[in-house]
Write a protein of this length. Structure first.
Length: 103
């Protein structure tokens, strides 16, 4: 079985989990001043999870990662694997089986 390189955020948005409220998880508000005036500043590569974005707030000029202050900050397991296990669980697969099939 080959592991595809998937954009985890896009896969999550397209999945059965996303019904509107979940999209708020990925809002680009500044975590410091809560401004919506945010732009992508740069990108960086992680060891296990691919490329991530660095945002800059136009109001307070703070820089932060897209995972800053989120439950997935510091996550070592690739987000695509977690999404795959969650999809399997929603489809009725047992937890141990879902984890076992993900590798």
């Amino acid at each position: 079985m080959s592991i595809q390189k998937i954009k985890p955020i896009q896969e999550f948005n397209d999945s059965i989990f996303c019904n509107g409220k979940e999209k708020e998880l990925f809002k680009r508000d500044c975590p410091h001043c809560h401004s919506e005036e945010v732009k992508i500043h740069s990108h960086y590569k992680t060891k296990n999870n691919g490329e991530r974005k660095i945002f800059i707030c136009q109001k307070c000029e703070s820089l932060y990662s897209e995972t800053y202050n989120t439950p997935i900050a510091g996550l070592v397991t690739p987000l695509s694997e977690i999404i795959r296990v969650l999809k399997d669980r929603v489809e009725g697969m047992g937890l141990n089986a879902a984890v076992r099939t993900s590798g």
